[in-house]
Design a protein. Structure first.
Length: 188
């Protein structure tokens, strides 16, 4: 027997070769914008999942680069966030407290009108009414060699279960061809 096969066999014999069960993702809703609009909102989110995930490709109009997120139509200053981002030559970090939203990702529309940003936002324990809600987002954009990659965390200081999530442009509409998909994550 070859050493590799013997090693694999030995690992399985000791139970280390166990196949892991990964959480199941289920599509809840999607939006593809055929024209610019002020926001995208996922409403009546079922409370049957452990976590939520939003996957998006988006572009904003105007001078604002960021897309922002709000839960349950809460426009009060119940949000905090942290961001770490880099552009290939430098890295920067920021924090934002007592905001009316969570800024989650952006693109530089001032220099590249065809640039879309992409992101994956995880919303953890969204239905748990015993704790505040946390988010994490991995996002970025490329503009022919220049661009940004970022990691953002957010906090909504509410114990309410999340039943709706709204995305808006920081200072302008969400542009045509922006796409948002909401998934529920079972288990884990």
């Amino acid at each position: 027997m070859s050493p590799i096969l013997d090693s694999i066999g030995s690992v399985k014999a000791y139970g280390w070769g166990k196949v892991l069960s990964l959480p199941a993702f289920e599509s809840i809703a999607t939006y593809s914008l055929s024209s610019a609009q002020s926001n995208v909102e996922f409403a009546s989110i079922p409370q049957t999942y452990k976590h939520l995930q939003v996957r998006a490709i988006a572009q904003t109009a105007g001078s604002g680069q960021f897309v922002k997120m709000q839960m349950n139509s809460d426009t009060t200053t119940n949000y905090n966030s942290h961001i770490i981002y880099g552009d290939g030559s430098s890295a920067t970090g920021s924090s934002y407290g007592n905001r009316a939203d969570i800024p989650i990702w952006g693109n530089n529309t001032g220099t590249a009108s065809n640039t879309f940003a992409v992101c994956v936002v995880d919303i953890l324990d969204y239905a748990d009414t015993n704790k505040y809600k946390t988010t994490r987002c991995l996002d970025g954009y490329d503009s022919n060699g220049s661009g940004v990659i970022a990691l953002t965390s957010g906090l909504w200081r509410s114990t309410s279960a999340i039943t709706s999530i709204k995305f808006t442009g920081f200072s302008g509409n969400l542009n045509q061809y922006s796409h948002f998909a909401l998934y529920g994550i079972k288990g884990a």
